[in-house]
Design a protein around this ligand. Sequence first.
Ligand SMILES: Cc1ncc(COP(=O)(O)O)c(C=O)c1O
Length: 413
Amino acid sequence: MSQIQEKKTLDLGYCRDDFPIFNQEINGHPLIFLDSAASSQQPSSVIDVVAQYQREDHANVHRGVHVLSHRATESYENARDKLCNFINAANRNEIVLTSGTTESINLVAQSFCRPMLKQGDQVLISWLEHHSNIVPWQLVCEQTGAELIVAPINDDGEIDIDAMITLMTERVKILAVGHVSNALGTINPLSTIIAAAKNMGIPILIDGAQGVPHMGVDVQLLDCDFYAFSGHKMLGPTGIGVLWGKEALLDAMPPYKGGGDMILEVNFDKTVFNELPYKFEAGTPNISGTIGLGAAVDYLQTVGMDNIYEHEKILHTYMVEKLSAVDGVHLIGTAKNQASVQSFRLNDIHPHDLGTILDHQGVAVRTGHHCAMPVMQRLGLPGTTRASLGLYNNFNDINRLIDALEKARQIFK
Ligand SMILES: Cc1ncc(COP(=O)(O)O)c(C=O)c1O
């Protein structure tokens, strides 16, 4: 590793000081957090902005004539503008605020797909998907008589792109695929997949839950139709996320939920729905979460998404090198193009037992099926141990993981 790379990694490691969660010990050891794919930690700037809103500005949005409501509305709508700029959406109407990736995908399944799907139609996904990008499609297929079809993956955890393209026939009415696999870290070749689907006139949804937090995303450049992501995986609060969709598609879709704020006029015989994006935002939204997510976007943009990607890539390469050198470690997920996630097994130790022993040493990892049971079934495993990185991780975190694994190996000898 060159000195320049090392310096960059160390420099970015200093960001850790911005994250108060690290000022503590877990089981008598400094916290080593390697579970960012499940939920990332929040910098003080996000925590403070949420606290300030609660303390000084809290009121409902859009409806009030008083000062607090104006302030809350302004901060809330500013966050939408930040998100629009962050993913380079064509305009702010395309940013629908949801509770997260799960709700965003359900919205598309129920509002875009359900009215048009019929028997004989197909929904195409891949074997790599998180349950959130499987179950909503199963539900809508059951409701409409459409069929769910699944593109296979190879033993490294890469989608078989040729097989996926073969499945793209005129029967397929939507393709829903992840940007990055949460279980194996595979970065899918979106430009190839999207170009092939476009060629067949198939609308495309990208599950970006593990994409947006770790690399620059430009939805116009990608040229997909929908892109879904969650705030809590990108340094923001829980319970807030985004559905980005092309305006013409969103405009033509019926509301997903009914209630306040999504209407212009209500009569018992007819209701006139609000314009985009409010048509899809029924009820009082997650105001503090949205404002916090806006601050998270500010933070990510200040560090720079290219810097974050490079930092995590260096650390991931280092982690793979170190893990491979541990006797008994078997890497799961060895795609050529991988993000900052690494699954593995240690001998035949059950991942939950391993995770518990690591936790005793202050090292937080994820264990189990990672909400991707079909991936585990395909690889013939009940689960894995998964270490996932964020911009606040550094070489020392990985060294501590390796030490803890060595200890676990001794215990299970
Ligand atoms: C790839 C992927 N998709 C979807 C989700 C669901 O995200 P949320 O629970 O925030 O809706 C996750 C969460 O782990 C994920 O990793």
